[in-house]
Structures are given as structure tokens and as C-alpha cells.
Design a protein around this ligand. Sequence first.
Ligand code: 2BA
Length: 109
Amino acid sequence: MKLVIAIVQDKDSHRLSSELVKQNVRATKLASTGGFLKAGNTTFFIGVEDERVDELLEIIQKNCKSREQLVSPVSSLGGNADSYIPYPVEVQVGGATVFVLPIEQFHQF
Ligand code: 2BA
């Protein structure tokens, strides 16, 4: 058995969770925050049998889109006020960031 941790954009989380239910894959959703953008995203914890991992990765890939997102960092070049004007920078946020971990034990009481 594996634990699949998938960090996805909030915009994709409803579609992905509906598809997981449809495909009889059990998952837990957590509200999370990206360290870089400091914006909300969704983390799925999915316990899955080894033989379904590839199928699950395909479901995640199909339901999560990569998007451009604007971020407004503050420039720290130079010392005058002008150099602190925020300017938007575009970053590509991936469809999903996925970790696959081995599970030593699984219990449901
Ligand atoms: P954030 O940390 O908010 O990052 C959003 C996007 O900003 C990233 O997309 C990447 O394109 C860019 N980015 C992140 N850190 C950067 C940096 N130091 N310099 C320049 N650009 C940077 P993704 O790579 O697709 O990541 C989407 C979200 O997945 C991340 O949101 C974070 O919540 C999670 N994530 C990504 N890699 C991770 C990792 N190795 N460990 C844990 N969480 C991760």
C-alpha cells in the first residue's frame, strides 16, 4: 500500500475529489498554503493499493491543470522608496505536486 500526497490548486480540488469518489478511491482533503505564493491550495492524502498507484496518478494528472499565476514580490534593490514598489511577476503553478510514500501499516479501528 502507498500514501499518495498530492498538492493541487484550489480550482481543481472539487473536480479531483468528485472523480476520486467516482473511481472508488478514498481520500482526505486538507486546506494548505503554498510557501512561495502564500496562497491557498489543497492537499490530498490518498491511501491506495500498490496496483492502483498508476491509475491514481493518471486521474490526478487528468484533473489538475497547470496555470500561470501573478505574484507581487517587493523589490529590495537599492535603498530609496522607488525600489520597494511591488511589481507583478508571473509564475507557472504546476497541475499537481505529488509524493508517493510506502505505508508500513494501515489500520482502521
Ligand atoms: P507555492 O510554494 O506557493 O509555489 C507556487 C509556484 O511558485 C510553484 O509551483 C513554482 O512554480 C513557484 N515557486 C515556488 N518556489 C519558488 C522559488 N523559490 N522561486 C521561484 N519560484 C518558485 P509548483 O512547483 O507547481 O508548486 C505548487 C505548490 O506545491 C507549491 O506552492 C507548494 O505548496 C507545493 N510544493 C511544490 N514543491 C514542493 C515540495 N518540494 N515540497 C512541498 N511542497 C511543495
